[in-house]
Design a binder for this molecule. Sequence first.
Ligand code: FAD
Ligand code: NAI
Length: 488
Amino acid sequence: MARVQEKGTEADVKKPSATTPGLHEEFDVTVIGAGPGGYICAVRAAQLGLKVLCVDKRKEAGGTCLNVGCIPSKALLHATERLVEARDLFPRMGIQCGEVKADLAAMMANKDRIVSETVKGVAFLFKKYQVTFRTGHASIKSPDCIVLDGEEVRTKRIVIATGSAPATLGGIEIDEKQIVTSTGALKLPHVPRHLIIVGAGVIGLELGSVWRRLGADVTIVEFADHIAPGFDRDMSKQLARSLQKLGINFRLNTKVTQVDKRADGLTVRVSPSDATGAEGEEALSCDTLLVATGRRPVTEGLGLEALDIKRDQRGHIIIDENFNTSCPGIYAIGDVVPGPMLAHKAEEEGYALANHLAGHPHHIRRDLIPGVIYTHPEVAMVGATEESLKAQNATYRVGTYPFMANGRARANCDTEGSVKILTCERTDTLLGIHIIGPSAGELIAEPALAMNFGASAEDIALSCHAHPTLSEAVKEAALAAFDRPLNL
Ligand code: FAD
Ligand code: NAI
């Protein structure tokens, strides 16, 4: 409840001034980057009465997330999931719709329309709250001055929200046609015959699913001995089984050593990763290679060195609990600072920083940022994994419940997966929730909220859940954690 009082009330939300300032005026805050971190920070600061400038290299606001990340990838994931459903599930449900086939050009056009309408939404918010938006490359001259494409702009404070870009692999040249990052993989003009993906992280698994569903042979080469790093190992094992059923081929414990372009495709040389102690090399053939080995913070060209803004070993800007960098008056949020590289984490930081700049208290539960993989089945988590609890020598209980025993999942013919709840053995307090199954990304909101309020498994189990809903699986897993499930 404390959080409600901490947040600004409606009365704090000031009406924007009648005129939008020009660049010759001094701004209260200048935000560099209009991704989910930057644009939310700009809008919230303007709501709280500050005069805000937001600048981005891209013509359209929205950053990676709206332009080449979350939104286009989810548009393709949704469309291709419906394709598989119509082809494989509709006949089982008694729906005949003749031959089901993909129209890739139309699917891409639909994705592009969704992106362009969504980025217009950010432009609308900027206009509504009188945030001045400019396109151009920004660098920082001093804590009270940025340089935007050669023009100096005065400002009282600066927020760096410059996000991240794909990490590249040494010796492999990205052309965004044959050898692509996620950006190229979101707009391939043809379905590849064989797509090799380096990295079984979130991007590899999501975009691998898209192209496999569209008919490509997909091989994912992963350094580690498991997929989906950072997720609970039980979930990662179940997801690997499901994606193998879809036809994705995993090469775990394997690294890519070299890629050669041939006239008719690519030769990808792989060998066992060093941890295995094994040796040997193998040549794989493909027409498209997606490099999905993580993302790096974007700080080049900002002028951080001259300002002595400190970064960690991975290049992230170091900040304190109030988002201060090592240079007073300059703040940083989102993918460019440490923590999970997620849009909702960037948004939370943008909102909290704007409140801080306007003199309001702020609060982020960094341990309760949910993670979701939008494959089928979906995977979602919040809180601790079982592996991390073991590493801490914590005493915990586990409650699990399969969607196979959930009425709604059965009615929907979508029963793959389960819910796993980890609780403190002594107090029953929720420590971590892991869901693999239908709508896992939506279902995780309830336990995430419960954990924010310090709830126990019993609290969830004794809350009435509507029947028949998928959310009953969460309730049953909670019952399993503190007592026993009913419908199992
Ligand atoms: P960004 O969104 O990267 O925005 C930074 C902006 O700063 C960019 O627009 C850039 O042009 C601008 N910029 C950089 N330097 C300068 C400069 N010097 N001057 C002016 N402008 C500059 N996250 C999720 O939570 N859920 C998802 O489903 C999800 N899916 C994703 C799918 C893909 C394919 C990818 C690549 C990412 C996905 N992400 C997802 C991650 C998410 O996109 C990022 O975490 C999020 O966009 C980070 O927000 P940000 O505001 O920190 O930075
Ligand atoms: P990632 O960090 O999730 O996964 C990278 C994978 O590549 C790891 O499993 C790693 O072991 C492997 N790897 C690294 N180097 C390798 C090598 N040389 N050979 C073989 N494997 C190698 O990174 P990814 O998938 O690129 O995603 C980047 C970021 O984007 C993530 O931080 C993620 O949070 C965000 N994102 C989030 C999404 C979501 O929330 N649904 C969707 C897509 C991206």
